[in-house]
Design a protein around this ligand. Structure first.
Ligand SMILES: Cc1cc2nc3c(=O)[nH]c(=O)nc-3n(C[C@H](O)[C@H](O)[C@H](O)COP(=O)(O)OP(=O)(O)OC[C@H]3O[C@@H](n4cnc5c(N)ncnc54)[C@H](O)[C@@H]3O)c2cc1C
Length: 480
């Protein structure tokens, strides 16, 4: 298959690039190894839209963070992605931290972060009484926020697909060759050719670079572990609460989520690219650190632990450039935090680099740039009745914790990028995200997935390829 641009990886980086490029007269192909979008680092992170005072001034990280954050609210509104501009604090809990807070303030000013202020301990605690009484002072950043990271990625990818981009799931790139001035990407689903390629492969970006003979950087996967607490703890704090960062990361934070839960984490542990395990030691560290910032957290209301892997690299900055070893092959590598915050600025960056490499890209006259999703629990009673009158499936509540109806699940299963697993449904409509974590609704969701996608129940996956939920024989005789 021939394209103008091929994108390897459909996390938030690849999706943002696809979203912008698909607004142009271009044939875009997206090759994703997993069976869903947002199934790498994009699904397991702190979900913070960082203000932009952390990165060193003059870096791509600083520029793209501040630009991405400035655009996030408007983008999320247009694509119907949950986002809240709640602001963040960096706490000083020691004399050493005082200097750190001051340095972050200066760095933020240099990066052009709007509205930064250093507040006294009393001022900050008046805004958020959940913060420790040990607080000495705090950096207040009103432009920071929280977002649903996987819905952001899905919304960008879905809009790209509606504008003509072709998404190939379960299509890992395994080899790359140069042939007649084109890049030929080999996958188990065949060969794909294009003069331009964007390497957005997250923790695998160095392995993709090596396939074109580029050994100029190494990814150093670094795991972060979390507690996700029930909504009963969701208002323990009203803002994002950071401690002072270290060279390994931004430190343990405590934050409400856009779904109303409380998120606590992460630690930072060098690991392998596929290690998303939780450890007793890692979680104990997170818990003890978080209690220094917010002493009242009730960890008995924890409903889930998870871990995400940062694509840290041996470079200090994001690696966003055309490869010196491979013309037309452009890296978006080492996209660690604040990659999610910077994502709204990645598409434009990709377009500029592609144009500099020779791509001709004319803007389409008409393209789709909006998206709506019905969230039943947010509708008025009159709207709910109207939906149920048209289709009774909207009246059947499947996930009782999050009030998700069969209508929403069926709609997701027939959307431009339909989920193929129980967790794919969870990421799209929230079924299984509540207190019982799918204990009640899981089997009903499996039934609906099987029915709507025309699958035997034994073929339904929990998440990625090979994670079948059921095994054995069903009435129809099919075997798992
Ligand atoms: C613990 C943690 C906390 C974080 N917190 C924040 C935060 O609060 N705010 C923030 O701004 N950022 C945060 N980040 C960073 C943010 O999550 C990442 O920058 C962002 O998600 C990276 O997206 P990506 O698309 O580059 O990578 P990914 O989401 O990993 O996507 C890469 C994709 O490439 C695919 N792929 C890999 N190899 C191949 C192949 N051979 N062929 C085809 N496809 C392939 C993968 O399957 C994957 O889907 C955090 C990260 C972590 C781990």
């Amino acid at each position: 298959m021939n394209y103008d641009v091929l994108i390897i990886g459909c996390g938030v980086t690849g999706a943002s690039c696809a979203y912008t490029l698909a607004q142009h007269r271009l044939r875009i192909g997206i090759l994703e190894a997993s069976n869903d979008v947002a199934n790498g680092t994009t699904k397991a992170n702190s979900a913070i839209v960082h203000a932009g005072y952390d990165p060193e001034p003059g870096t791509k990280m600083a520029r793209l963070n501040v630009r991405g954050t400035a655009r996030m609210g408007e983008l999320c509104k247009r694509l119907d992605v949950p986002y809240a501009n709640i602001g963040s604090f960096v706490l000083s809990l020691s004399e050493q931290d005082d200097a750190h807070v001051k340095a972050l303030y200066e760095r933020g000013l240099a990066n052009g972060v709007p509205g930064l202020r250093v507040l006294s301990g009393e001022e900050a605690r008046a805004m958020d009484p959940g913060i420790s009484p040990e607080l000495r002072c705090a950096l207040w950043a009103p432009s920071a926020g929280i977002v649903n990271p996987w819905e952001l990625c899905l919304a960008l990818a879905e809009t790209a697909v509606r504008n003509g981009a072709e998404l190939h799931l379960s299509t890992p790139v395994t080899a790359i060759e140069r042939e007649d001035g084109l890049w030929k990407l080999r996958t188990p689903k065949g060969e794909f050719r294009a003069p331009y390629v964007l390497n957005c492969a997250g923790v695998a970006a160095d392995r993709i670079a090596a396939l074109v003979g580029d050994e100029s950087f190494r990814i150093q996967p670094t795991k972060g572990e979390y507690f996700l607490l029930d909504k009963s703890e969701g208002h323990r704090v009203e803002h994002v609460i950071f401690q002072c960062p270290s060279e390994l990361g931004k430190g343990v934070l405590v934050t409400p989520t856009v779904h109303g839960n409380l998120l606590v984490g992460p630690n930072a542990q060098r690991t392998t690219a596929d290690d998303t395990s939780n450890t007793a030691a890692g979680l104990a560290f997170v818990r003890a650190s978080a209690l220094r910032s917010v002493p009242g957290i009730n960890f008995r209301d924890n409903i889930r632990n998870f871990a995400g892997v940062r694509a840290n690299s041996d470079c200090e900055d994001f690696i966003i450039r055309e490869s010196e070893a491979a013309p037309g092959f452009i890296h978006f590598a080492g996209i660690r935090s604040p990659g999610l915050s910077a994502a709204p600025a990645f598409g434009e960056e990709a377009l500029a680099l592609l144009r500099a490499a020779g791509l001709k890209a004319e803007k389409k006259e008409n393209y789709i740039d909006s998206r709506r999703r019905i969230r039943f629990h947010e509708l008025s009673d009159a709207e709910k009745n109207e939906m149920i009158r048209k289709d009774p499936r909207w009246g059947r509540v499947i996930c009782r914790c999050e009030t998700v109806t069969e209508g929403e699940i069926a709609e997701a299963l027939h959307s431009p990028i339909p989920p193929v697993s129980v967790n794919g449904v969870k990421r799209r409509v929230g079924a299984g995200m509540g207190r019982c974590q799918g204990g009640f609704c899981g089997p009903r969701v499996q039934e609906i997935v099987a029915r709507e996608l025309g699958l035997d129940p034994t073929q339904v996956l929990m998440d990625w390829e090979g994670t079948w939920v059921l095994c054995g024989e069903t009435k129809g005789g099919a075997k798992a």
